[in-house]
Design a protein around this ligand. Structure first.
Ligand SMILES: [Zn+2]
Length: 149
């Protein structure tokens, strides 16, 4: 066996990570997660990738772009995360609406909210796709007996 240049640079990257951010930068959902997040079809869940970003602008801790769920933290892959349940609803919305459909609805809703509220955060809260993601994640948490992180 031989180590490739790519392998050794990946090792150096891992060594430089601050505490609490160990683990792969991008990963598929575990089988426990695919089984747990039952508001997402298993075939779509199997294509999702969880990406850890060093930071996400503003007060946000997660953003989903298509099937890529980007988070500012590592989550244990045990299928017990309200945050991941929320973001996976967005992954389903992306899959159902497509890029153009998702962005039109998301940004359209955000624009209407900004006109209505003149403030960013209430405008974000008002976006229909966000309301659906919150409702789906809350319902998912309820089904699990109210336990979620
Ligand atoms: Zn959201």
């Amino acid at each position: 066996m031989a180590s490739s240049p790519g392998g050794s640079s990946a090792y150096r990257l891992r060594r430089r990570q601050p505490a609490g951010t160990a683990g792969p930068r991008i990963r598929p959902l575990s089988s426990a997660e695919i089984a747990s997040y039952d508001h997402l079809a298993p075939d779509l869940a199997a294509r999702v990738r969880v990406v850890r970003l060093p930071m996400i602008p503003g007060r946000y801790v997660g953003i989903t772009l298509g099937r890529f769920v980007c988070l500012d933290r590592n989550l244990p892959p045990n299928g017990a995360s309200h945050l991941l349940a929320h973001e996976l609803t967005h992954a389903r919305q992306w899959a159902e609406l497509g890029v153009v459909g998702f962005l039109a609805r998301y940004l359209g809703g955000f624009g209407r909210g900004v006109v209505r509220h003149r403030r960013w955060h209430p405008a974000y809260r008002d976006i229909e796709l966000e309301q659906e993601a919150r409702a789906q994640a809350d319902a998912w948490t309820q089904r699990r007996g109210g336990v979620g992180a």
